[in-house]
Design a protein. Structure first.
Length: 358
């Protein structure tokens, strides 16, 4: 039967984002054979709006040898489920998945990566929010072009600021932008909890949390008290950055937070005049870190002036110049992170009723 031939062949089709075959990833839901055509139903666990044509084309070409001349109809959709991160923690209302973006070190472009990842996931069709967890140095209001915005508070809930199609919250929306946040550690953790729980998030597939540098109170609060589904670790290739970023990886390992992969930022610089590629911060740092912790490199983001210009101006490249090579690098990294998360165990806690014994 053609059905069995198709299923057998699909075990050899390795998706570049899932990094496994479609059958092992359990995304092939049905193969139906009729006199006129073959129907293939695939449901991905990550958003795929800008990947759909590429995947359809690749699948049609790959399956053509076993189709016996009959047309193939591919029903391709996505269903984003809540995924369990740290075990034993119930999910939050209206938020399916929380993804922490961390570095353990300042100056590696983590906030720039975080906002572009959030916008890339939204561009792929997901409902996305971003939480700026850097209490001392919030940067997301500027990066989203909302530096003068003040959120509305209704029924003791804060309405998130919406920019470029994503919901956002930051301490920068709530205090004077020039005020120094002279708070002790316990206050930082409490502030983070309030920003997450008191914001009226609306039906999010992903909440991206832009963590501050280091492995201190904010990071511990997030990992110990909030159901983080997975973490993305940002580094630059240089050895000095790897020292601190390794500590962030060790922290997530000790706190049992799954790491989705490594993003190497400022990977290479291409001269605008001659096109020469210069590895200003060295090479192979991201791959070295990924190998050490058994992870994948989700993406390599170039050192590009336009990334800085657009993001500082409140119009990150993923939304302002989506066809550029640097915007596409963010989109690929976002897809890979979401695909890695889709392979994790699902969180069914919200589907079970609470049992109260009186």
């Amino acid at each position: 039967m053609v059905q069995k031939d198709i299923e057998s062949r699909l075990t050899q089709f390795r998706d570049p984002y899932l990094e496994t075959d479609l059958v092992s990833a359990k995304v092939v839901k049905n193969i139906a054979e009729s006199r006129d055509e073959i129907t293939l139903d695939i449901v991905l666990g990550f958003p795929h709006r800008n990947y759909e044509i590429e995947l359809r084309t690749a699948l049609a070409a790959f399956l053509a040898p076993v189709m016996n001349g009959r047309p193939l109809k591919i029903n391709l959709s996505s269903r984003i489920e809540p995924h369990a991160g740290k075990q034993g923690m119930a999910g939050l209302p209206n938020i399916k998945n929380i993804i922490a973006v961390a570095s353990g070190k300042g100056g590696v472009g983590k906030s720039t990566v975080a906002v572009n990842l959030a916008l890339a996931l939204a561009g792929e069709g997901a409902n996305v929010g971003i939480l700026d967890a850097d209490i001392y140095g919030p940067s997301q209001p500027m990066m989203l072009g909302a530096i003068d915005e003040k959120p509305v508070i209704e029924n003791r809930k804060i309405e998130p600021i919406v920019r470029h199609g994503i919901q956002s919250m930051s301490i920068g929306f709530l205090v004077d932008g020039t005020a120094a946040m002279v708070w002790r550690g316990a206050m930082l953790g409490k502030a983070l909890e309030q920003l997450i729980h008191d914001t009226q998030w609306k039906a999010l597939d992903y909440l991206i949390v832009d963590l501050p540098p280091g492995t201190g109170d904010v990071q511990l609060t997030l990992c110990q008290k909030i159901p983080v589904s997975g973490a993305v670790v940002v580094t630059t290739p240089q050895d000095l950055a790897l020292l601190d970023v390794t500590r962030a990886c060790e922290m997530f390992t000790k706190l049992n937070v799954p790491m989705l992969g490594i993003i190497e930022n400022m990977s290479v610089y291409h001269c605008q005049n001659c096109g020469h590629a210069a590895h200003i911060f060295g090479t192979g740092g991201g791959a070295k870190l990924a190998h050490e912790f058994g992870l994948s490199v989700l993406g390599q983001i170039p050192l590009e002036m336009r990334i800085r210009e657009l993001t500082d101006g409140g119009n990150p490249p993923v939304v302002c110049e989506p066809d550029s090579h640097y915007a596409k690098a963010f989109t690929v990294a976002a897809r890979k992170a979401a695909a890695k998360l889709a392979l994790q165990p699902k969180d069914y806690s919200a589907k079970f009723p609470k049992i109260v014994v009186k």
